[in-house]
Design a protein. Structure first.
Length: 254
């Protein structure tokens, strides 16, 4: 009987063989701090969610604010209008400046042509004056104009007076005399200089053929060697057939 009681009691007895761990309690201030942080986070999240879900409408504008906004819109429209007008005026001004430049260039061209016509008219007047005088061809005018790079432009006017019946036909030979620092002069004939090793020529071509009844103008350019300057320019006119003496005229260049 006693053994049965021991066995029955052993079934419901608490065993002391299990390990028991004893932990230290958390400080109260730390627990309060964690609770405060969690509570604050909940409040912030709730406020952010409410604000995004239900945005607050802005307060109504006052009459003064409405007036300021309307005035600002009017100023913006006026500014855009003035910008369009300014762009249009700038475009028109650019077109007028281009037209003015074209007109100025055209006027300069007309002035040059007018001066040339006046010069030709003077030549014609001389021709008319010479028509009642001695007959025959002559060199009416010779001009030489220095240009850049040792280049010269010549202008020659040939006339035939005395009410001619036939055309004058012949050749014109040009020659330029250049002076260097020494008194010696070098004459450049109107033919290429074959002795020049550099291959440069004076620019004066071979004798020029001419044929005219009342007058003829000759124009051209030629170049002289570097370091030289033309001191005399000579024009010689020969009639075809060689029956009459040559007509020669020279001008000195200062």
């Amino acid at each position: 009987m006693r053994n049965f009681h021991r066995r029955w009691s052993a079934l419901f007895a608490v065993s002391a063989r299990h390990d028991i761990a004893i932990r230290r309690a958390r400080p109260r201030w730390l627990s309060l701090l964690i609770m405060a942080f969690v509570f604050s986070a909940v409040i912030v999240l709730t406020w952010w969610a409410a604000r995004n879900a239900f945005p607050l409408s802005p307060p109504p504008l006052t009459a003064e604010q409405i007036s300021v906004h309307e005035h600002e819109d009017v100023l913006k429209r006026e500014l855009a209008d003035w910008q369009r007008r300014t762009a249009s005026l700038e475009s028109e001004l650019s077109m007028r400046e281009g037209s003015q430049a074209t007109l100025t260039q055209h006027a300069e061209t007309l002035e040059q042509e007018n001066a040339q016509l006046k010069e030709e008219l003077a030549y014609l007047q001389k021709l008319v004056a010479d028509a009642t005088r001695e007959a025959g061809a002559k060199i009416q005018d010779v001009r030489l104009e220095p240009l850049a790079n040792n280049t010269y432009r010549y202008r020659i006017l040939l006339v035939q007076g005395g009410n001619p019946r036939n055309d004058f036909e012949g050749t014109v030979r040009l020659a330029a005399s250049t002076g260097e620092p020494s008194p010696q002069k070098v004459t450049i004939e109107a033919v290429p200089d074959r002795n020049n090793a550099s291959g440069n020529t004076s620019g004066l071509a071979a004798p020029l053929p001419v044929k005219f009844k009342y007058y003829q103008r000759l124009e051209g350019v030629f170049r002289v060697p570097d370091g030289t300057k033309v001191q005399q320019f000579t024009v010689q006119v020969n009639k075809k057939g060689g029956g009459t003496p040559a007509i020669t005229r020279s001008i000195n260049i200062k």
